[in-house]
Each structure stands twice: as C-alpha cells, then as structure tokens.
Write a protein that binds this ligand. Structure first.
Ligand code: GLA
Length: 399
C-alpha cells in the first residue's frame, strides 16, 4: 500500500487562492483584468435524501469548496468561457432564442444565460474563466455550483441582484432544460442561500428556509469521496423520480409528502413491492430530517447519528440508490463508532457512487480519516478522498 493512502486530510485550494489563480489565468488568456469575481459553493446534505422532489424537507450545508468565475466584457460579439480545470473553451450565446445543445460542462453556463435572457435581462458579450475546488461528479453539487456562479456573475454584469429564490429556481430550470437532469431544488437553494456555521432546513414544498446553527467546534463534518463516479444523467435518478410520481398517483396524493405512515400499511398491494419501498423511504426520510434538525438544535448528537444510519439503510434497501463502495464506507465508519469519535454516517447526494457524510468529534477527525483511507484502499484498491468542512457561506460576489 502506498503512503498516500494514509495521507492526512487534504488541504484543498482555498477560496482566495482559487481567485488569485483564476485571475492570473484570465489575464493570460484575455490580456485584460477581470471586472467581476464571484464564487458559489458545492453542498453536502446531512440528511433528507430524495425528499426534495417529493415535497419534503432537506438539511444541507454549503461546503468550503467553490466554483469561482472571473469575467469581464468582451471586445467582440462572442462570449467565450474558459473551463480552466478541464482545459476547454466554449462559446455561449447571450441574445436571441437560445436552444439546448449537446450536453457538456458549458451547458450549465448556457442554461443560466438563457434563463436571464428569458427574464428579459439585457446581457452583452462577455468573457469568463471558471476554476473549481468542488470535486466533479462526487455528489457535492459541482453542477449547481457552476450554475449559481454563472447567475452571480451575470448579476455582477447587470449591477443588480435577482431575488435569491428566483435565482435558485432559474438555475434549477437550467439544469432541467440544458443538462437534462430533473433535479429537485436542494442543490441550487443551498448554493444560493447557505450561511456560514448553519445548516439549511428547507421545506421543499413551501420553500421556507430555516437556519439551524451548526457551530459546536467539537463536532465536524467529514466527507469521504468513494471516487466511484456518479452520473445523474445516467437515467437512474429520473427513474426514481418517476417511480415516486407514479406511487403518489396510485395513492391519490399530490406528492409523497402527503402520505401518512398508516396509509402505507394498506397500500402494499396497490403499489407493488418496489414502489412500496420507494414510498417507505420518502415518508421515513422526511420525518428523520425534521427529527434530525430538532436533535441538532438540542445537541442530542447520539440521536442525530442514529437517524443518519437509519437514513443510509433506507437509501440502500428501500430506495436502492447506494452502491457497494458507499455501503463499505458507512460500515467502516460505523465500526470505528462512538468510542473512536464517530457520531453517524450515511451516503449523501443522488447516490450510485459519490460521497458519504459523517459527523465526527473534531479531535478524532484526523485519526478517523487515516483509518478510513487505509481500510477502504485495502478493500477496494481505490484511493478515497477525505476532507472535513464546516458549513460555509453561500454564493457571493468578491469583485
Ligand atoms: C441530486 C439532486 C437533488 C436531490 C438529490 C437527492 O443531488 O440534484 O435535487 O434530489 O440528488 O437528495
């Protein structure tokens, strides 16, 4: 086994370093100083998975990993976007009727630009360069961060801000139409609205947000990326959403949010075993999310941990969106347990790969990281990426 497998918590590029690097790359490419610098974070969901598009609650936080966009007006007619991390350039259209094209990283940018044009905003040709410290395809919402960064850059260009709620919805629509993913509203809301040291309890039906303080220095969020790729465009996500909608129809409710547990006892025949599992997950997860928010407010960490383990089991067995690597990471974390400083653990995000989220005692974070990295590598031959985070600030303009 290489020494890397036991590497300490990686210190990723800080936001300020990302901005400095993006600025100098922009200057080298466009021979001009950028006029605008903006940042939008990825997110980690503590609990409330696959509940957003069912009208339920979610409890995410922004992570201190950002998409940074620097930009300025273009001299010519075209708008050129440089994806510095992928080493690619793309042209985006800023006027007229904009239609979705082949799906690439720049589709997210184009989709948001189209949303602004459709609102009647007068955009002009611009250049921009994108840098990111949000892992791609890791279930930490790199795509929502890119959408929200684009919207924040366009706000800077226009010199006016749109309402946060409208901004999040515009970005979600971009993902639906230009990336073909029928996502819920959690990721974009989280990237737009998050506040430092708080979790965001979002009721996805009423779209009412409550901030739940997460500022106990003794408790830390540990993210473990299985480094198994997760592709929401792969169709499984859309299939789960369709199954939920079909089940809601069968049960005669608008969304699965409206199902009460007692209803489930009598619904198994009508639903069939697969959809019964889907509904059971959603109904249970909505309750767990509300319970977890209350337990966090009261500092009842053991209860929070149990809710996270229950959430994982439900996503694995009833909703069937986990995978072997995620299950292994959760099991290994659980084995370290209370005595080793673990509070709870579960898969996070859409599933089918990506990351787990764990709550750990801050003073044990380093040793937990080392043990997990070593054991996971031994069993799978894959190097995981682990890092800790505290709830970070949402999207903002820096220049
Ligand atoms: C993806 C989607 C979200 C949400 C999660 C699952 O991240 O973009 O809207 O549905 O999956 O909770």
């Amino acid at each position: 086994m290489s020494d890397d497998a036991t590497a300490s918590i990686p210190t990723s590029l800080s936001l300020s370093k990302l901005c400095v690097e993006a600025t100098s790359q922009y200057v080298a490419r466009f021979a001009d100083e950028p006029q605008w610098i903006v940042a939008a974070p990825g997110r980690v969901n503590l609990i409330g998975e696959h509940t957003d598009y069912n009208g339920g609650s979610v409890l995410p936080a922004a992570i201190d990993r950002y998409v940074v966009m620097v930009g300025g007006p273009s001299d010519g007619d075209a708008s050129c976007i440089v994806g510095a991390d992928v080493d690619e350039e793309a042209v985006v259209q800023v006027t007229g009727a904009i239609k979705p094209g082949r799906i690439t990283w720049s589709s997210y940018v184009q989709g948001v630009v189209a949303g602004f044009v459709n609102r009647g905003e007068q955009l002009y040709p611009f250049n921009a360069l994108v840098r990111s410290s949000v892992p791609l395809g890791g279930g930490l919402s790199s795509s929502a961060a890119l959408e929200v960064a684009t919207a924040t850059l366009l706000e800077a260009m226009l010199g006016e801000e749109i309402l946060p709620l409208e901004k999040a919805l515009l970005c979600q629509e971009a993902e639906h139409k230009f990336a073909g993913v029928p996502c819920g509203i959690m990721d974009q809301f989280s990237s737009v609205l998050s506040q430092q040291d708080s979790l965001l309890l979002l009721d996805c039906r009423s779209q009412v947000v409550e901030f739940v303080p997460f500022d106990d220095p003794a408790v830390t969020i540990l993210i473990a990326n299985s480094n198994v790729k997760h592709e929401l465009t792969g169709g499984e996500y859309a299939q789960r959403r369709a199954e939920c909608e079909a089940a809601a129809k069968t049960l005669g409710v608008e969304t699965l949010r409206d199902v009460v547990s007692e209803q489930l006892e009598f619904a198994s025949e009508r639903l069939g075993s697969v959809n019964l599992g889907r509904v059971r997950h959603v109904v249970g997860e909505i309750q767990r999310t509300v319970d977890a928010a209350n337990a966090i407010r009261a500092g009842r960490w053991q209860e929070v941990g149990q809710l996270m383990y229950d959430s994982h089991a439900s996503l694995r067995d009833d909703f069937e969106v986990s995978c072997d690597e995620l299950n292994l990471l959760v099991e290994m974390t659980k084995e370290i347990g209370d005595a080793g400083g673990v509070i709870g653990s579960r898969m996070t995000g859409g599933g089918f790969g990506g990351c787990t989220v764990s709550l750990v005692r801050t003073n044990a974070a380093q040793s937990i990281t080392e043990v997990l990295a070593q054991r996971y590598f031994q069993q799978t031959g894959i190097q995981p990426t682990l890092f800790t985070t505290r709830p970070a600030r949402g999207a903002h303009r820096i220049k």
